[in-house]
Ligand binder design. Structure first.
Ligand code: ATP
Length: 355
């Protein structure tokens, strides 16, 4: 029997609801397939931890995570704590601490889900966005001086390194190569950002030479938003900087029906450290504690985790169960226009995988 050690970090808001549901689903999968087991260790980091200790997670918090096979993460965000503290103090501390430089975000319209795009036929929207996850606009370089005075100054600097750009682009070309269409779109803004983004473009030209079977094109980030809406079928794999991909992937999630469905993986492709899997959505305090959260984004993230751990058959089984459940409108939560509760969705997925 193979036992996977999973760090479970629900974080804040609905993260505290969807992560336990995901554990139930993984345990049900293990019950049906006893050759695989999951051993969860729970970490109560996040907003409440901050209120007690003044930090989102312990300074040496990465240590107990280091030996895990993967990390399952809910969300970080609290209406009473500034966003930059919740983000930098927990999620980014883990992503950057474990050099999870490739953030992978698949988007697909699942069976039974309606897209706001009028003319989009099933199968025409099937994307994977690769987000650079370690530098760029999220490098944390910059500062503020003379706060509150008329001469106040503030800056955020985007840092792009050749190593950082090349490794994420190489990862994206490889991912594009593994998908049936073998097509990559490199998102840029080199018309306005004339240093870092110009280097980004140059590196894409160089890396592309190692992938002659991948067709690729370049798109300005602003034009990319329109293309996602007007010509979704023209896109397949997409690679973008930290900030550009952050914005594009929220748009992608909305076009695929709901933020509540979208998954993401923060990968260390070299497997030096554990990778982290989480739904795209945030803490959604407006629906917290009501059992209304859609857990599908978290379940799909668990599929990505199983795939990354090498348990592809189990991942496929869980994905099939998810698609069976989304196909039934009676099992749609409120974000999808339905009346189902989170627990109805979980129970239905468990029923499917237990068959
Ligand atoms: P944060 O500050 O942590 O990013 P947020 O509340 O600003 O959180 P999100 O949580 O990403 O932003 O979500 C925006 C809205 O989408 C929420 O207010 C909620 O109504 C809805 N939503 C997000 N995720 C889900 C979900 N899993 N199920 C149902 N509705 C959701």
């Amino acid at each position: 029997m193979k036992t996977y050690k999973i760090a479970s970090i629900p974080g804040d808001g609905i993260g505290k609801e969807v992560i336990p549901e995901c554990e139930k689903v993984l345990n049900a999968l293990s019950k049906k397939h006893p050759e695989v087991a999951f051993q969860f260790e729970h970490f109560d980091w996040g907003g409440d931890y901050y209120r007690k200790y003044g930090i989102m997670m312990p300074d040496d918090g990465l240590e107990p995570l280091r030996s895990k096979d993967a990390i399952l993460f809910g969300s970080a965000g609290d209406p009473k704590i500034p966003d930059h503290i919740t983000l930098w103090g927990l999620r980014l501390k883990i992503c950057q601490g474990f050099d999870q430089y490739a953030n992978v975000r698949p988007t697909r319209i699942l069976p039974g889900i309606e897209t706001p795009l009028r003319n989009c036929k099933p199968g025409q929207l099937d994307w994977v966005i690769v987000r650079e996850n370690s530098e760029g606009e999220y490098s944390g370089v910059g500062g503020r001086a003379h706060q509150g005075h008329p001469i106040e100054v503030a800056s955020d600097m985007s840092i792009m390194t050749r190593v950082g750009v090349e490794r994420v682009q190489r990862f994206a070309f490889k991912l594009a190569q593994s998908r049936p269409r073998k097509h990559l779109t490199v998102i840029t803004k080199s018309n306005a950002q004339r240093h870092g983004m110009v280097m980004w473009d140059e590196i894409a030209n160089i890396v592309a030479k190692d992938f002659p079977d991948v067709t690729w094109d370049k798109e300005l980030v602003d034009a990319a938003t329109a293309r996602m809406v007007n010509r979704p079928e023209s896109l397949d794999t997409i690679v973008a900087t930290n900030l550009h991909a952050d914005v594009l992937s929220d748009l992608a999630a909305a076009l695929a029906g709901s933020l509540g469905i979208a998954p993401t993986a923060n990968l260390d492709p070299e497997r030096r450290y554990p990778s982290m899997f989480e739904p795209i959505h945030g803490s959604a305090f407006d629906i917290m504690g009501k059992g209304l959260a859609n857990p599908i984004g978290t379940f799909w993230s668990a599929v990505m985790m199983l795939d990354f751990l090498g348990e592809k058959a189990l991942g496929a089984k869980l994905m099939a169960a998810i698609e069976k459940v989304t196909a039934n409108p009676k099992l749609h939560t409120r974000d999808l226009g339905g009346t189902a509760m989170m627990s109805d969705v979980t129970n239905a997925v468990i029923e499917e995988i237990s068959k």
